[in-house]
Design a protein around this ligand. Structure first.
Ligand SMILES: [Zn+2]
Length: 276
């Protein structure tokens, strides 16, 4: 029993539990959504990086100073990409509101129902595009940057092409805007998804046990970065629901891929698209 408790990924679970008081306190203090998301993501990254030092899953996956500098640069670049996507969404939101005076039906839902629904819908678009990005060379050319490292840690969770960041944000938020979810519900869902994006890449020992049937875990997401094609499943990050429904859910408790990085067909596809 003790071994089981020790092999549980407590830093991940505590981080998720801390999100709710954080969201309530920042709402009471009147923080803007961008400030809540930005500070929440940075805080989550620092928390995860601290625990990666104490409880690494795999020592060679620790980030080297040069890699931290690269990831820090991508954090900055992608913050600009996020801001661009936000500006685009705000413009679309204003346009939409001008022609649709009544709020969408999602505005009527109680928060306890609206939040899981927003999470599921917010994951669907990025999940579909992620699957496409693994099969369409022109999308793969953009997404493959995220798969290049042969290691996984919280810092390199931000290593992604800015266009990849923009399409994920648009695919997540547009359905929310069209269905009329409350701004607070969209913010909570976005915060959870963003923090999960960092947590599922973290090099922290332990599993979430049966909880990973419900929410994404590092143990699940490592398979997505496997260098063996058959293992590279689990396209969802925050929740595994769409993988479970579309047959790409791979769960192997207390195991990890032998090697991370591009698998053979991906490497070939990347080379072909670069030559094309
Ligand atoms: Zn991928």
């Amino acid at each position: 029993m003790q071994t089981r408790l020790r092999s549980f990924n407590w830093p991940h679970l505590l981080l998720l539990l801390a999100l709710w008081p954080y969201a309530a306190l920042t709402a009471a203090a009147g923080w803007s959504p961008d400030a809540v998301l930005g500070a929440g993501t940075l805080g989550a990254l620092l928390w995860l990086m601290l625990w990666e030092r104490r409880l690494p899953q795999h020592q060679p996956w620790q980030a080297l100073p040069a890699e931290l500098a690269r990831d820090g640069a991508f954090l900055g670049i992608n913050a600009v990409a996020e801001a661009l996507a936000s500006a685009l969404l705000m413009g679309l939101g204003i346009y939409w509101a001008r022609y649709h005076a009544t709020p969408g039906w999602a505005a009527e839902l109680p928060p306890l129902l609206a939040l899981p629904l927003a999470l599921a819908l917010g994951e669907l678009g990025p999940f579909a595009l992620h699957r496409l990005a693994h099969s369409r060379p022109w999308l793969w050319r953009i997404h493959s940057l995220h798969h290049h490292p042969a290691k996984l840690n919280a810092a390199n969770s931000v290593l992604a092409h800015p266009l990849n960041v923009i399409w994920n944000k648009l695919a997540r938020v547009l359905p929310w805007l069209l269905l009329g979810f409350e701004p607070q519900v969209m913010l909570w869902a976005a915060l959870f998804i963003q923090v999960q994006g960092a947590a599922v890449h973290a090099n922290i020992r332990g599993s979430l046990g049966p909880l990973d049937w419900l929410i994404g875990s590092a143990e699940l997401h490592r398979w997505h970065h496997s260098a063996l094609e058959g293992e590279a499943q689990n396209y969802g990050t925050a929740i595994p629901l769409w993988d479970q429904l579309f047959g790409s859910y791979l769960r192997r408790p207390r195991a990890q891929p032998k090697q991370l990085g591009l698998y053979a067909r991906q490497a070939e596809m990347a080379t072909n698209t670069l030559v094309a």
